[in-house]
Design a protein around this ligand. Structure first.
Ligand SMILES: *Cc1c(COP(=O)(O)O)cnc(C)c1O
Length: 833
C-alpha cells in the first residue's frame, strides 16, 4: 500500500517534528541524533540510527496524541479502558511507520543518510510484556481501537523484565533474562505527574468520621507508588492516537525520608527495593505456585492505579461520581484484573463515601469480563490467608459482596445449598480460596467468551450456575487480529498484490478480501500468489539457517506449529506423526513422500517439566531425521528458538500448513490460527476454539479437519479412557512410541523421554493417542492435496479470501456495540480554542 500523507513540499520547509516529507524526516533524524542522543552522524551505529528514527517518528505522533486527549476531555466522550496484565505489543517502529503512512519517506530519508531502513528495523528489541495469545490479543485490540477512532486507554504493567528469551542448548530450553530496556525505550513517555499510591497489608478498623458516619479505616503495612509510563498508539491513517498506560512501581519518597532522618538508612533502601520489585518481572504462564504473593500484589497494584486514574480523569472532565459508568467502561482481560470489582467498591465507598448500593450499581455498570480459559487448573483462585494478609480491606469488601450475592441466590433457589456453595466467592471445599472468575462475573454487566464454541462451553461448565441466573449477561465475541501488523507489515508482497487486485481499502475493511474468490482459479494470479509465498519461505529459510544451522528447501511443504508449548496444544501429536513418517522411510527408503519442512516454535513455562521435555523431544527428532541419509533431506524438522512477535512476522507468512491440533474444548479461541489463515496457509485442525469458525468461513473442502469433538472428548473420558488400547490397536503408533522410549531421539538415553511416553500410555489427559490415527490419515490427505499445485493454490487463496471475519476491527466493533455502548470520535488536528 502506498503512503497517503503528502510528500515533501517544494520548499522543503515543513514544520519541525511533524512534517511527513522526506526532507523534514531527514533533518529531524539528524537533529535527534545530535541534539537528543549526543551522537555523531559519521560514526553512528545502526542502534543510534534506530533511536534517531524512533524519536523522529514519535515526534510525529505527539500532535495527534495531544489533540486526541483534548478531544476526549473536552467532548465528554465515553472512554473504553482495556485492563490487561499483559500487552505483547511487539516491535513498534515498523508498525508506527505504516499507521502514520510515512514508511516510504522514512526509507528515502535514511537512504539519503546512507542508512538502510531494514537494518534499522531489525535492531529493535521487542517489549515482551506478555506470555502469548492473551497479551497479543490486547495489543491487537489497542491497534483496532485507535484505527476505529474509539476513545480508549490500555492499562497494564510496565514490567522491567518481560517474558524470558529462549535459547536452545543441547536440545533443551534455556531461559535468558529479557533485557528490552537495556538500551533505552524511545517510545515511552514517563509521567511522574500521573502517580498514585497503593496500599498493602496492615489492618482495618471501624471508625466514625467527622460527620458521624461509620466507615472503615485501612492502616496499611506499606505503600507503593505507581507512576504512569505512556506509549502512544496511533491508528491506521487517522488522527487518533490513543495511549497505552503502563504502571511502574516506585518507592514512596516520604517513607524514605523519614527512615533516613531517623538514621535507618538500610530500612530506607529496603523499602525502595521492595517497592521497585513489584513491577520487576512478568510471570510466565503455567507456573505452579511460583511467586503467588507478588503476582496478586502486581494485579492489585495496576488495577488500583488504573481505577484511581479513571477517577482523576472523571474529575478533570468535570463530571460527578454518579456519572462514572457513563464516562468509562472497563474491560477485564481475563481474571488478572478482576480485583477491580472490589477495588472500585473500596474507592467509591471508603474513599468517596458513596453509599454501597449506589457504588455497586456504578461498579457493575462500568465493568465487563472476558473469560479466556476453561482449564480448571488455569482458573485463578487465591488462598484466603494470603489474600487476608496482603489485601485485608479488599477481602472484607469481597465478603460483603458475597453476603449480598448469596442472599439473592438463596431467594432465587430456596433450599439449594449446594448451588450456594458452588456459586460462592469463597471456595470452601478444601483450604478456603477466593474465586476470581466468580468475582469478575458477579461484578460485571457482561461476560464473554472468545469464540463461539468457547462461549457455549463456558455457559455449560465453569460459569453454568451464573449463566442460569443471568442468561442475558453472557455473550460471545470471537477474537481477531490486526491485519496491519500481521498482513501489511509482515507480508508486504501479499499486501501489494491485494492492493492491485481488490483496491487498498481491504486493510481496514477486511471483509473485502472476499473479492479474491473471483481470482482463485486465475492462472496468472495463482502464479503471482505462489511466487509471493515462495519469497516468504526463502526469507524464513534464511532465518532458520542463521538461527539453527539447519538448511531447508523452500520448495518443501512448510508445515508450521508455533505457539506456547503445552500438552493441551499437543505439539507431541505432531511429533508422533513425524516419527511415523520417519519409520515409514526407514522401512521403505523408496517411498514416494511429499517433502516437508516441519517448523516448531514456542516457549515452555520454566516450571513446566513436561513442556520442556516436548521441546527436547522435537530437537531430538530433528537431530536424527535431518541427518539420516535414508531420509535424504525429504523431511526436515526445525525448532525455531525464541518465538516472539518479531519472529512471528516472518513465520506466519511463510506457512503452507497451519497446525491447530489442540484437544477439542481446550483452546478458548486461538489467534495464531487466524494469522496463518490471513496469510494463505491451510489449516489442519480439530473442532476447537475459533477453528470451528475458520472452517465455517472457508468451507470444509478448504480445511483439513480431524479428531474427536468436544462432546466426544468428554464422552470418552467419562467412559474411562484407556490410551493403551489405542496403542494395541495401531502398530505404527506402538512403533513410534517404542522408538522414542528406546532412546533413538535421546542419543541412546532410554530414560529421557520415559516420563512423556509413560504419561501418554497411562494417563494421556489430552487424548493424544485417541486422535493419533485420525491425524495421521488427515495428514495423508494434506500430502496428496499438496501434489496438485493448482488445487493447493486455490485453497490457499480462498483461505485469505474468507479470513475477513478475523480482523480485530470486527471484534472491537462488536465490543463497542454490544458491551461498551461507545461510538467513534473524529480527531481534528486544528487547534481547539
Ligand atoms: C499470535 C501469537 C500467539 C498465540 O498463538 P496461538 O496459536 O493462538 O496459541 C502467541 N505468541 C505470539 C508471539 C503470537 O504472535
Amino acid at each position: 500500500m502506498t503512503d497517503t500523507l503528502p510528500l515533501k513540499s517544494p520548499s522543503g520547509a515543513e514544520p519541525a517534528r511533524s512534517g511527513p516529507g522526506v526532507a523534514a524526516l531527514q533533518r529531524d533524524i539528524v537533529d535527534n541524533l545530535i541534539c537528543l542522543q549526543g551522537r555523531y552522524p559519521e560514526i553512528a551505529t545502526p542502534h543510534d540510527w534506530y533511536m534517531a528514527l524512533a524519536y523522529t517518528v514519535r515526534d510525529r505522533m505527539m500532535t495527534r496524541r495531544v489533540a486526541t486527549t483534548y478531544a476526549y476531555v473536552a467532548r465528554g466522550a465515553k472512554i473504553a479502558c482495556y485492563l490487561s496484565a499483559e500487552f505483547l505489543i511487539g516491535p513498534q517502529l515498523g508498525n508506527n511507520l505504516i499507521n502514520l503512512g510515512i514508511g516510504t519517506n522514512a526509507r528515502d530519508a535514511l537512504q539519503a543518510l546512507d542508512v538502510d531502513l531494514d537494518t534499522v528495523l531489525a535492531i529493535e528489541e521487542e517489549p515482551g510484556l506478555g506470555n502469548g495469545g492473551l497479551g497479543r490479543l490486547a495489543a491487537c485490540y489497542i491497534d483496532s481501537l485507535s484505527t476505529l477512532e474509539i476513545p480508549a486507554i490500555g492499562y497494564g504493567i510496565r514490567y522491567e523484565f518481560g517474558i524470558f528469551d529462549q535459547e536452545i542448548r543441547d536440545g533443551w530450553q534455556v531461559e535468558v533474562t529479557d533485557k528490552w530496556l537495556q538500551k533505552g525505550n524511545p517510545w515511552e513517555i514517563l509521567r511522574p505527574d500521573v502517580a498514585f499510591y497503593v496500599n498493602f497489608g496492615g489492618h482495618t478498623e471501624n471508625v466514625t468520621d467527622a460527620q458521624g458516619r461509620f466507615c472503615v479505616r485501612w492502616t496499611p503495612a506499606y505503600t507503593v507508588k505507581g507512576v504512569a509510563c505512556d506509549t502512544p498508539m496511533p491508528g491506521f491513517r487517522v488522527n487518533t492516537c490513543n495511549t497505552l498506560r503502563l504502571w511502574k512501581s516506585e518507592a514512596v519518597e516520604s517513607f524514605n525520608l523519614q527512615d533516613f532522618n531517623a538514621g535507618d538508612y538500610y530500612e530506607a533502601v529496603h523499602e525502595k527495593v521492595r517497592s521497585e520489585t513489584l513491577s520487576k518481572v512478568l510471570y510466565p504462564n503455567d507456573e505452579p505456585e511460583a511467586g503467588k504473593r507478588l503476582r496478586l500484589a502486581q494485579q492489585y497494584f495496576f488495577v488500583s492505579c488504573s481505577l484511581q486514574d479513571m477517577l482523576r480523569l472523571l474529575a478533570l472532565k468535570g463530571e460527578p461520581i454518579s456519572r462514572f459508568a457513563d464516562v468509562f467502561t472497563a474491560q477485564l482481560n481475563d481474571t488478572h484484573p478482576s480485583i477491580a470489582v472490589a477495588e472500585l467498591m473500596r474507592l467509591l465507598v471508603d474513599e468517596r463515601q458513596v453509599p454501597w448500593d449506589e457504588a455497586w450499581e456504578i461498579t457493575r455498570r462500568s465493568l465487563a469480563y472476558t473469560n479466556h480459559t476453561l482449564l480448571p487448573e488455569a482458573l485463578e483462585t487465591w488462598g484466603l490467608p494470603l489474600f487476608q494478609n496482603l489485601l485485608p480491606r479488599l477481602l472484607e469488601i469481597i465478603y460483603e459482596i458475597n453476603r449480598r450475592f448469596l442472599e439473592e441466590v438463596r431467594q432465587r433457589y430456596p433450599g439449594d445449598d449446594e448451588r450456594v456453595a458452588r456459586m460462592s466467592l469463597i471456595d470452601e471445599t478444601g483450604a478456603k480460596r477466593v474465586r476470581m472468575a466468580h468475582l469478575a462475573t458477579i461484578g460485571s454487566h457482561a461476560v464473554n467468551g472468545v469464540a463461539a464454541l468457547h462461549s457455549e462451553l463456558l455457559k455449560q461448565t465453569v460459569l453454568r450456575d451464573f449463566a442460569e441466573l443471568w442468561p442475558e449477561r453472557f455473550l460471545n465475541v470471537t477474537n481477531g487480529v490486526t491485519p496491519r501488523r500481521f498482513m501489511m507489515l509482515s507480508n508486504p508482497g501479499l499486501a501489494t498484490l491485494l492492493d492491485e487486485t481488490i483496491g487498498e481499502g481491504w486493510v481496514t475493511d477486511l471483509a473485502r478480501l472476499r473479492k479474491l474468490d473471483g481470482h482463485a482459479d486465475d492462472i496468472a494470479f495463482q502464479d503471482r500468489w505462489r511466487s509471493i509465498k515462495q519469497t516468504n519461505k526463502e526469507r524464513l529459510a534464511a532465518r532458520i539457517s542463521s538461527a539453527t544451522g539447519i538448511v531447508v528447501d523452500p520448495a518443501a511443504l512448510f508445515d508450521i506449529q508455533v505457539k506456547r508449548i503445552h500438552e493441551y496444544k499437543r505439539q507431541h501429536l505432531n511429533a508422533l506423526f513425524i516419527v511415523t513418517l520417519y519409520l515409514r522411510l526407514r522401512r521403505n527408503p523408496q517411498l514416494a513422500l511429499t517433502p516437508r519442512c516441519f517448523v516448531f516454535g514456542g516457549k515452555a513455562a520454566p516450571g513446566y517439566a513436561m513442556a520442556r521435555l516436548i521441546i527436547r523431544l522435537i530437537n531430538g527428532i530433528a537431530e536424527v531425521v535431518n541427518n539420516d541419509p535414508a531420509v535424504g533431506g525429504r523431511l526436515k524438522v526445525v525448532f525455531f528458538p525464541d518465538f516472539n512477535v518479531k519472529n512471528a512476522h516472518f513465520i506466519y507468512p511463510a506457512a503452507d500448513l497451519s497446525e491447530q491440533i489442540s484437544t477439542a474444548g481446550k483452546e478458548a479461541s486461538g489467534t495464531g490460527n487466524m494469522k496463518f489463515m490471513m496469510n494463505g496457509a491451510l489449516t489442519i485442525g480439530t473442532l476447537d476454539g475459533a477453528n470451528v469458525e475458520i472452517r465455517d468461513e472457508v468451507g470444509d473442502e478448504n480445511f483439513f479437519l480431524f479428531g474427536l469433538t468436544a462432546d466426544e472428548v468428554e464422552r470418552v473420558k467419562r467412559a474411562g479412557y484407556r490410551p493403551i488400547e489405542y496403542v494395541n490397536a495401531n502398530e505404527e503408533l506402538r512403533e513410534a512410541l517404542d522408538l522414542i522410549a528406546g532412546g533413538c531421539f535421546s542419543r541412546g538415553d532410554a530414560g529421557m523421554f520415559r516420563p512423556l511416553v509413560d504419561n501418554l500410555l497411562h494417563v494421556d489427559p489430552f487424548l493424544v493417542l485417541a486422535d493419533y490415527a485420525a491425524y495421521v490419515a488427515r495428514q495423508e490427505d494434506v500430502s496428496v492435496a499438496w501434489q496438485n499445485t493448482r488445487r493447493w493454490t486455490r485453497m490457499s487463496i480462498l483461505n485469505t479470501a474468507y479470513a475477513g471475519k478475523f480482523s480485530s476491527d470486527r471484534a472491537i466493533s462488536e465490543y463497542c456495540e454490544r458491551i461498551w455502548n461507545i461510538r467513534p470520535v473524529k480527531i481534528s488536528l486544528e487547534r481547539q480554542p
